[in-house]
Design a binder for this molecule. Structure first.
Ligand code: NDP
Length: 295
């Protein structure tokens, strides 16, 4: 199965459409490989951004309790011209709700803010290891899934030791680990661990929050394919087999970021991008080993 990008010709007959592939999850569900992120988009702006994204063809939206925009996301989803069951909505647990009962309440809080009766996926946003509450939170997400509040459960910003621990202590494996990943921070080391547990890697800040767009090597490859740097980077994620969730608030860029199914990076392109990794200096966000803020 793949997602229809929803284009039609002027006479209303569907045209030959690029399709967003679905990625199978270890619990039997599936997620679109390319989705839309909404971090740092205010509630009032997020309604039009998500509406534009859905109209352009995105079917997966990534929000979080901590983004304070679930109300706007939910409004756009509820008012969309397509059915709820064609969309894949993800939210994430804020760190101050790490804990078993708190996590169930967190899922319910997200549903209330979104105005939805289920989530497709819910993630622990950060492990905040100093507080040692992420295993309890994982037990809470297992309960929320059993209660039908959420269909798939996963984690974000988990290091191998955090993954191994929740799996060992609960017997339940997350479907994804959403982690910062882009050409300058490629997360090669964790991939074997994810593969061993059949956990999908979901790339957040896939453009390095914009920082990788000016990379000269990406620029050269973009020119050779008559594509933009953003399209080359998104295509790199897809060819690496990663789930990818770029963010933009501009309609032209929202649409541009979807136009990535009509070209292919060559082996030489992929090899050149592999050399751009600058781990750990290439990281643009916080380090999960030491991020312990409660918010
Ligand atoms: P991205 O890597 O997606 O980059 C977004 C930036 O690139 C914005 O400044 C945007 O500007 C710009 N941009 C997007 N498309 C284009 C384009 N075609 N041409 C030029 N500029 C472009 O950044 P994010 O950090 O937002 O990451 C994406 C998503 O990942 C988030 O929105 C969120 O959903 C998730 N995330 C999860 C985290 C976690 O801890 N789990 C942490 C960080 C992000 P503009 O909007 O002005 O167009």
């Amino acid at each position: 199965m793949s997602i229809d990008l929803g284009r039609s010709t002027s006479n209303g007959v569907p045209s030959a459409q690029p399709r967003i592939p679905l990625v199978g999850l270890n619990d039997g569900n599936a997620i679109p490989q390319l989705g839309f992120g909404v971090w740092q988009v205010e509630n009032d702006e997020v309604v039009s951004a998500v509406t534009t994204a859905i109209e352009a063809g995105y079917r997966s939206i990534d929000t979080a309790e901590g983004y304070d925009n679930e109300m706007g996301v939910g409004r756009a989803v509820r008012e969309a011209s397509i059915d709820r069951d064609e969309l894949f909505i993800t939210s994430k647990l804020r760190t101050r709700l790490l804990g078993e009962t708190e996590a169930v309440e967190g899922v319910k809080g997200s549903l209330k803010a979104l105005g939805l009766d289920y989530l497709d996926m819910f993630l622990i946003h950060w492990p905040a290891p100093a507080h040692d509450r992420y295993v309890a939170a994982w037990q809470g997400l297992i309960r929320a899934r059993e209660q039908g509040l959420v269909r798939s459960i996963g984690v974000s910003n988990f290091l191998p030791q955090h993954l191994e621990r929740i799996i060992a202590e609960t017997g339940v494996t997350p479907v994804v680990n959403q982690i910062e990943t882009h050409p300058e921070f490629q997360q090669r080391e964790i991939r074997a661990v994810l593969k061993r547990h059949d956990i999908q890697q979901e790339s957040y800040s896939p453009l390095g929050s914009g920082a990788v767009l000016d990379n000269p090597e990406i620029g050269k490859i973009a020119e050779a394919h008559c594509k933009s740097p953003a399209q080359v980077i998104i295509r790199w994620h897809l060819q690496e087999g990663l789930i990818v969730i770029p963010k933009s608030v501009h309609e032209d860029r929202i649409r541009e970021n979807l136009e990535v199914f009509d070209f292919e990076l060559t082996d030489a392109d992929m090899a050149a991008i592999a050399k751009l990794d600058r781990t750990p200096e290439g990281r643009t966000g916080s380090d999960p080993a030491s991020f312990n803020d409660l918010w």
